[in-house]
Write a protein that binds this ligand. Structure first.
Ligand code: 16G
Ligand code: ZN
Length: 553
């Protein structure tokens, strides 16, 4: 039932890039924008097939390369519930892309497509099922062209309905995909396709509700918040969010910097969450003057956020993903206790091996909260948080994370609230807070609002937040090796299985350094191996790390 001639025509017109190799990894396809036409074409087709497989539900597609330089771009597919593409479909994305990249004739590509359709038993002829696709893109210059490559076949070959959100943040795309499907399921067809405006109303609504509940005189706990939006899509979207007419915080408390999303080359350049976290310094455009202020940086597609402040000696202090997790864990554990629910609802924190050892110890020993460790990559953390806890808090140290609230959480809170005298402050707080969090994926805007609300309720200044525990000195080094694929790990990437014998050498180095911890893993996004090391004594850190690197190279 495919219009063969039309598909062939579009294929010939679109797929100009040939014979390059890249893979669908944790962040989808990502590479130089100029090499992406073919992959966009095949990814568009795959998204349509995914939607057909799922009875025509909305499937999301986001065009972005996150914190990468402006010359790059990328694409990833989002499931109807707002989560990442089902892992078992990732190989299909690669097979279809490779078929187009390496085929000498259209027929070869077509044969591969048919094979996939048959393998997944997709009924293209089912007349009552039209595929539904939501597309979004970040602010990159290359995106409009790549969007055309992506969507070219959707309507004309597959009769798909395409909802084009234009420029949005990655988490907005996830949220709107999920919301559109929820509305369809509830039969709310008049409202069916969700919009950006729904996103703003929802999160600002939740924030305002929480703020008013506490009668916080409509002010943040800091005199001023500076937000660095990496010259990416976060800038314009944040302005729309904060322009919501009933936003309770006075505008003089917020200043947005690095908001030139219309100047392509400035994207992620010496600014943004990745720059600040990696270099442990202020982004361009900020001078360390106001030591009572709080600062935060988004990445280029606004799915990560890190905070920081400068002390009275103008020294920079980072409040990264670990600090955000621990702040939420402290706050929410306390609310559960006050609501007498600490026995019925299980709260826990999910981290990766990159989490600072002090944060893990603080969560266990001070907060008495369970902690799990998973492999790097959002999908691993997300899965653990969603399946192991009623309140599952997860953040990577780099600032990507969110909180997942279970069905049991919602039922429990609702039933407690409906009891006579059930309207306690803690219950209301838990209920509002769950709304303030974008549960589909890590979201810089929603996470930022949640941090601001938490700090205001706890009346904490940035310094108090930081003082809860002190990070162990740590270092992350990138090593270029001849073949990174030989570095195979076990125990959530904390130990090497291969090359044989290397782990015991690493262990003998670790044993020499008090509070020493180190691990080695192959990067999933770069052709390199990463070495992480932390120990008690700052002056020994370089030596410690170098010893490990010496064994790796
Ligand atoms: C990807 C992951 C991110 C992870 C990073 C690690 C997603 C959406 N993104 O960007 O979570 O921290 O890879 O990179 O899962 P690495 O493997 O190069 O160290
Ligand atoms: Zn990102």
């Amino acid at each position: 039932k495919i219009d063969y001639e039309q598909l062939r025509k579009l294929y010939d017109e679109t797929c100009r890039t040939k014979n390059v190799q890249y893979s669908y990894g944790t962040a989808g396809f990502r590479t130089l924008a100029k090499d992406l036409d073919t992959v966009m074409f095949t990814t568009g087709i795959l998204a349509v097939l995914r939607s057909l497989k799922l009875q025509g539900q909305y499937v999301g597609v986001m065009i972005t390369a996150s914190h990468n330089p402006y010359q790059d771009n990328g694409v990833k597919i989002v499931e109807p519930d707002g989560s990442m593409l089902l892992a078992s479909w990732e190989p299909y994305a690669m097979q279809l892309a490779n078929a187009a990249l390496f085929a000498t004739h259209f027929e070869e590509f077509y044969a591969e497509l048919v094979k996939l359709i048959e393998l997944e038993k997709i009924d293209l002829g089912a007349s009552n099922v039209a595929p539904h696709i939501v597309v979004g893109r970040d602010s990159r210059e290359s995106s409009p062209y790549l969007l055309r490559c992506l969507t070219s076949t959707m309507a004309s070959v597959f009769h798909a309905r395409v909802l084009d959100l234009g420029c949005v943040t990655t988490p907005q795309l996830h949220y709107i995909t999920d919301l559109s499907n929820r509305r369809e399921r509830e039969g709310d067809s008049a409202l069916a396709a969700a919009t950006e405006q729904d996103y703003y109303s929802f999160f600002i609504g939740a924030f305002n509700e929480l703020f008013t509940t506490y009668d916080m005189e409509k002010r943040l706990s800091v005199p001023k918040l500076f937000i660095d939006t990496a010259n990416g899509i976060g800038g314009p979207q944040l302005k729309k969010l904060l322009a919501s007419k009933d936003w309770v915080v006075p505008s003089d408390q917020i200043e947005i910097i690095n908001d030139k999303s219309d100047v392509p080359k400035l994207l992620n350049s010496e600014c943004g969450a990745d720059y600040v976290k990696t270099n442990q310094r202020l982004p361009k455009g900020l001078s360390p003057s106001s030591f009572e202020s709080l600062y935060c940086s988004f990445d280029g597609d606004a799915d990560r956020v890190v905070f920081y402040y400068v002390d009275s000696e103008l020294k920079f202090h980072l409040l990264d993903g670990d600090k955000i997790s621990t702040l939420f864990a402290k706050f929410l554990s306390k609310q559960l206790e006050m609501a007498n629910l600490e026995r019925s609802l299980k709260i826990g924190v999910v981290q990766t091996a990159y989490a600072n050892g002090s944060s893990t110890a603080y969560i266990k020993d001070t907060l008495h909260c369970p902690v799990s460790c998973t492999k790097t990559g959002v999908k691993h953390l997300h899965h653990e948080a969603a399946t192991q806890y009623d309140i599952g808090i997860y953040f990577e140290a780099n600032g990507h994370g969110t909180i997942i609230f279970s069905e049991k959480f919602h039922q429990t809170i609702e039933s407690e609230l409906s009891k006579p005298n059930g309207h306690t402050l803690a219950l209301k707080t838990l209920s509002c807070f769950a709304k303030l969090i974008n549960q589909t994926v890590g979201d810089a805007m929603s996470d930022m609002l949640a941090v601001l609300a938490t700090l205001a309720i706890l009346k904490m200044a940035p310094m108090n937040w930081d003082e809860e525990y002190k990070d162990l000195p740590n270092k992350l080094v990138k090593c270029i090796v001849p073949d990174r694929s030989i570095f195979q790990t076990t125990d959530q990437e904390r130990k090497l299985q291969n090359p044989v014998g290397l782990q015991s050498k690493i262990d003998s180095v670790i044993a020499k350094y008090p509070m020493g911890r180190s691990f080695v893993r192959a990067s999933g996004t770069e052709d390199a191996v990463r070495v992480y090391a932390e120990c008690q004594d700052m002056s020994k850190l370089d030596q410690f790390c170098n010893e490990i690197v010496g064994y790796v190279k």
